[in-house]
Ligand binder design. Sequence first.
Ligand SMILES: *Cc1c(COP(=O)(O)O)cnc(C)c1O
Length: 461
Amino acid sequence: MKLQELRQTFEEVEAVIAAGPIVPEVTASTIRSYLEEHYLFENGLPLPSVVADIEAMLSKWQVQVTHPRYFGLFNPGVTFASVVADTLVAMYNPQLANWRTSPAANELERHTLQWLAKRFGLPPNTAASFTSGGSEANLSAVVAALTYSFPGYGEGGLASLNTKPALYMSEESHHGFLKIAHMTGLGRASVHLIPTDATQRLDVRALQQQVARDRTEGWAPFMVVATVGSTGSGVIDPLPDLAEFSRQQKVWLHVDAAWGGAAILSHHLGKHLDGIAFADSITCDAHKWFSVPMGAGMFFCRHPASLAEAFRADVSYMPRTTSEARDEDTVNPLAHSAQWSRRFIGLKLFLSLAERGETGYAAMIDHQAAMGNVLRETLVASGWELVNETPLPLICFTREGLQPSVLLAALRDRQIAWMSETVIAGRAVLRACITNYRTTETDVRWAVEEMNQIARELEAH
Ligand SMILES: *Cc1c(COP(=O)(O)O)cnc(C)c1O
């Protein structure tokens, strides 16, 4: 593949996005009537003009999450190498359902996953796979934990158990687990939300009390979810305490590090993840802080046998492993994960990592953490109040007498930055997360100056 032209295109797109609006003003009916007018699919159209048209639509009709002042929801600016990877994958279209069909791709993924498993401190026989995202990884964790804890679950289903499995997580955890409880048949009521302490971290004493109470009421606690980098306030649950609790109580510890997991690569931040090595399973998204395009999560599991049991499948029609490969420890992903036909998801992380190296990645993470600190300092210096506490670059803040939604609307209208709102201790506050390795100090300082200006205007009213 010739990279030069693609690199030029990538850089042009980057420049166009950085110079343009961050938030679109468009309605569904505008887009629908445009499509109905131009794309009835009756006759073919020249590809170059359609591509140009699509690029025009994407550049004006979406929130530009790769904009350096998109201070948003964990959606990253993407590396060029990861874009090359997605292009290569589409062209060669490897099928990773079984090992024999795509030995190279399967081993490239295995190599990448084992590298990260080792960084997390997981044992060498850890099972791992790329997933569509954090939600699939979290789903895999629940299915594996149920299979591990309740031997009758796989064949007889939950109905065959004469107990009610319960899983525990803090109120700040990702609410995707409620969908997972619904999908697995656990039911949403089996997700027991534990209050947080004053710093929005799971309150371990409240967890202890709830689990003890639940055991007397016929529940069977089987899983605790610890979050590394919660969506609202970016906090890290107390991993060592939760590891100890899970060991004592014989429950599965799942660490949902969908966003924050990449911090393990940083010398400054890595220590805040101490205890993650005790996890039974870990979710970590490549499409968040590893700065690759959407559709790339990762799932790590300390119990390969439970995964093999959970996702076993009769594949008599699949190509056999050759005799020389049979002796090796190769696995067919379709029988160890939720997906069947499987895209070569892992190349975007592999290629990006190969180009930048672990030190390059650590520098990207550290840069974003540093930009988070610049944002904190600049806000405090101009009289804003910080309301969350985390080493990760997610800042929740407010100002006396200011309504967050009014400020956000002004930021969007003036195309200054994209931020969001969250609720901390019952109070609506602003939330800004640095998710782009290209965000500069100038971006941050300028955005704060503009916010100061808006706040002054609002106060004058
Ligand atoms: C993003 C996120 C998820 C969901 O992952 P997707 O990749 O969006 O499917 C789950 N948990 C946490 C903590 C997250 O940050």
